[in-house]
Design a protein around this ligand. Sequence first.
Ligand code: HEC
Ligand code: HEC
Length: 371
Amino acid sequence: MQNNRLVICCVTILCVTVGLLMFDGVKAYLNESPTLADTNIPLPGSKASDVSDTTASNSSPVVDTAQHIRRAYVDPSIPIQPILPIENIDRAKAKIGWRLFKDPNLSSNKQVSCESCHNLQTNGAEQIPVSVGVNGVGLRNSLTIFNAMNNYRLFWDGRVNTLEEQLEGPIHNPVEMDSSWEDIHQYVASSKLYRQLFAEANLDITVHTIKSALVEFENTLTTLDAPFDLYLYGQEDAISDSAKRGWFAFQSEGCIACHQGPNVGGGLVMRFGYFGQDKTGSERSSDLGRFATTSKPEDRHLFRVASLRNVADTAPYFHDGQTQHLSEAIRIMGKSQLGKDLDDKTVDDIQQFLITLSGKRPSILEEFENE
Ligand code: HEC
Ligand code: HEC
């Protein structure tokens, strides 16, 4: 008798659990798969096969719709996805990160802030070939921090995968901030301004919260609404005919094999100088890329595929910052990564396409500046 009851009880619990799981699954499926048939918003005209049809439809109302609704209408088979707005940001925490980012007192000589090399007024990077920090000149061109949170790998050689790990680089590097978390913690904990900001954000001042405030701030730095993203959302006239030809060439020539994802790069690590060493690899600089971290012979000249978001605004180019013009960078890529001498018209079209990858300055910066 006792046993029978136990069996019935177990079977009932099992049925309810399976039922609930199925209900949840169906709900998630329905939520995540809105179909285009539910709406009369036009399909984005951005597939390679459509690109030659440059006379196609006029602007669509999609652009005025909320970002999170628009995202559902982007064709997932296109290997470049729009930059999405950030969600669930702890604003008070991000604001502490903004202060810390701009604060030269975090460095050993109290003169170098993160912003010294990552200009928040312009492009999130700097205009000189290689960065200058506390103890002189570094080895590499500074990377933009705009959209960095979308990069699967970080640094020119892709040696770390998270913004938290990345932070250890600049803080300790003698040619960057030459500092330590103990010193930074001591300084922040004794500052009246930071004590107030941390209290407002309901946070204790610890090394962990200092780091996570910096990361929270970095997570807000998306550059939305690049013309190419509007085009992906279905606004045909957001980019010129030349840029559309460039987008087509970017795919047909093979750039897309490496530069893809929301950041049009930032995910893979590849040899710089696949086809010969013309102004690439060892002829370009003594920088051995990933080899410097791993010491594996096969890692010589391996670099992260650069993100091409806002690339028109982040000259000079490549890890050594030795290439001034975007057109030259495109030519070098054609030769070294694809073994092709791209003709002038193709280079120009690709350049027009790359220009459409520049988005708006992160809006939170202006908000913080005006508060
Ligand atoms: C002295 C100049 C300098 C300072 C100061 C500096 N950086 Fe950088 N930053 C660089 C350079 C150069 C690189 C690329 C280095 C490399 O790839 O080896 C870089 C790379 C990065 C990246 C990686 C971006 C990507 O797409 O991979 C992030 C994120 C970043 N820095 C954030 C910060 C933060 C946060 C601070 C302050 C705590 C800071 N930086 C201070 C010069 C600097
Ligand atoms: C085999 C992979 C691969 C292919 C194909 C490729 N790239 Fe790259 N690209 C890279 C790597 C790796 C880097 C970073 C090089 C470095 O470390 O300096 C890069 C960097 C760039 C940069 C410099 C970005 C910056 O901020 O300095 C541009 C511009 C660029 N690529 C455009 C293109 C174009 C246009 C094509 C097609 C003609 C193309 N790439 C094809 C791997 C590739």
